[in-house]
Write a protein that binds this ligand. Structure first.
Ligand SMILES: [Zn+2]
Length: 342
């Protein structure tokens, strides 16, 4: 199925339809979304969440080859809604604020002279440890062990896990994550990870040392200012519940407080964590004077797109170059509209 889609894209691109789509959608704002960049083997772990640097550089070269203007998010949003957006405009956004963005992607963006926006979730900026729920999954992915013997761990009632059985493995992973996130302090979570690393023979210290699953430090974040990278909001604990607006508001306030404490930035744009959102949150976002909010919904943006419902294309190592070009040119969106009209 995917091969057929890629072949169709190849034919359409060769026939000049990508360039035609770019011309038709030239007044729309296209927003790209990235997460982490590969330092060791992260794209094999989560190809939708990480991208290799060479692939990212290829994307930037493609943006240049198609003749797109890359604008800072705030400028693009202002111009979009004042009907003053230059034709063929792209915005590059990066979610979460991984350390690898600072180490790998920023120098690459600088070589192209492109601005970018990073939406930073701040809990792991203040607590410089690997992201708990990711590191647990990473250790289970990385281990070569086929069986896990658990003795006296508080987060599982299992005694032995057959790691080659997906359902057993997933159950124990989420038992561990849920226990750690609901019942533990950060220090206790680190202890769980160290013990798990020993049991799975994937040392937690190695992962910590590599910084593959770390977010940026306050110093690293501050250094982005000189690199044409703006820092925006993504909540403090990577959650924005639609059924508890008071908690959602606190998430943004806590996120802002960390930026203020470390003199990082004065953000005015927002990105929904995990792309989960509801229209009932828009009044809150307006009352907090936020100018835009990014979703993970694919598509193009016009002046009619709601400010708190910006569409983005999620790029990663799992996206083929032809799929990227189809999205960038607007071809994918036109095809989707045509299909739904039919
Ligand atoms: Zn996120």
């Amino acid at each position: 199925m995917r091969k057929a889609k890629l072949f169709l894209f190849f034919l359409c691109k060769t026939a000049g339809l990508f360039h035609l789509a770019q011309w038709i959608t030239r007044d729309c704002l296209k927003v790209l979304c990235y997460h982490g960049f590969e330092l060791i083997d992260e794209t094999s772990f989560r190809p939708n969440l990480f991208i290799k640097l060479e692939q990212f550089e290829k994307r930037l070269a493609t943006i240049r080859r198609y003749g797109f203007h890359v604008l800072p998010l705030s400028e693009a949003i202002d111009k979009l809604y004042s009907l003053d957006l230059p034709k063929n405009t792209v915005v590059i956004t990066v979610d979460d604020g991984f350390h690898s963005f600072h180490r790998l992607a920023v120098p690459c963006l600088q070589r192209y002279g492109y601005p970018a926006t990073v939406y930073v979730t701040t809990y792991y900026v203040e607590n410089p440890n690997p992201i708990f729920r990711l590191v647990v999954q990473y250790m289970f992915w990385k281990t070569r062990k086929l069986e896990l013997i658990l003795r006296n761990v508080p987060w599982s009632t299992y005694k032995a896990i057959n790691l080659s059985v997906k359902s057993e493995r997933e159950k124990v992973i989420w038992d561990c994550i849920n226990y750690g996130e609901r019942e533990c302090t950060e220090e206790m979570r680190c202890t769980i990870c160290k013990e798990l690393g020993v049991l799975l023979e994937t040392p937690y210290e190695d992962i910590t040392h590599s910084k593959t699953l770390h977010l940026m430090t306050p110093d690293e974040l501050r250094s982005l200012v000189t690199a044409k990278v703006s820092i925006e909001l993504h909540t403090h604990r990577h959650t924005f519940p639609s059924n508890n607006l008071a908690r959602a508001e606190k998430e943004i306030i806590d996120n802002q407080s960390v930026f203020k404490k470390y003199l990082i930035a004065e953000p005015s744009h927002f990105c929904y964590p995990s792309g989960l959102w509801d229209k009932c949150q828009w009044t809150l976002l307006d009352s907090m004077r936020l100018k835009s909010s990014a979703t993970c919904l694919p598509g193009l943006n016009s002046h009619k797109t709601p400010r708190h419902g910006l569409h983005r294309f999620l790029d990663g190592e799992n996206i083929h170059q032809l799929e990227f070009e189809a999205a960038l040119s607007g071809f994918s969106d036109l095809m989707n509209k045509l299909r739904s009209n039919l």
